[in-house]
Design a protein around this ligand. Sequence first.
Ligand code: PGA
Length: 249
Amino acid sequence: MRQNTVVGNWKMNLTLEEAKIFMLNFMSYDLPKRVQLGICVPFTHIYYLSENYNQVSLKIGAQNCSRHEKGAFTGEVSAQMLASAGAEMVIIGHSERRKYQSESEEELLQKIHRALEADLDIIYCLGETLEEREAGQLQSVLERQFLEGPGKLSKEAWESITLAYEPVWAIGTGKTATPEQAEEVHAMIRQLLAEKVASETAEKTTILYGGSCKPNNAEELFSQPNIDGGLIGGASLNAEDFLAIAKSF
Ligand code: PGA
């Protein structure tokens, strides 16, 4: 069901010691009741954090998984391993991985299947670069990322999928999409879902905004009809900022 959701993406930040300090601080506050919270952490932190902090209102997740089930893939971590370490969700298709690891839609779709087999919830990211936006390619880029990726999935699979619209030009840059810009794209994505999957799926799917979402702009973003919450990078590293964003609905 569509749900107010705020998920942190720690990226490659915080040692395990620092993560423990963050959690002690974060959990000392009253967490908002009607918001689904999540934090996607480095692989090395999943077991400890999920053993100690996984609960109904806070899910611990990973930032990536292998496209393969298992085998001779040195350095890779499978979706089954993540689930066995206690992860409840995984980010797939983040623009940093699309860029630095050259992840293709085909590979991302394989990752989605592995995550579904392992019963992980999925946050699938999509979004355009500044060049693509300026060249008028916004719609075609989003359509490709959607249709060649999760657009191929059955209606049932969508029960486990949350989408995150993350304009690449807004990630870590301090340049947020305006609420109107973000809403326009979220509505476009919901329309794609209705046309390509089912109108019921479009109604039910949670779509998050990500890209320089901070305590001072979250409320306006989250008040848009098609924005169900945020995927938070930088601001999720500070317990007070992350909490303030989670309380912005
Ligand atoms: P940011 O990152 O909030 O630091 O812009 C968002 C993301 O990459 O998910």
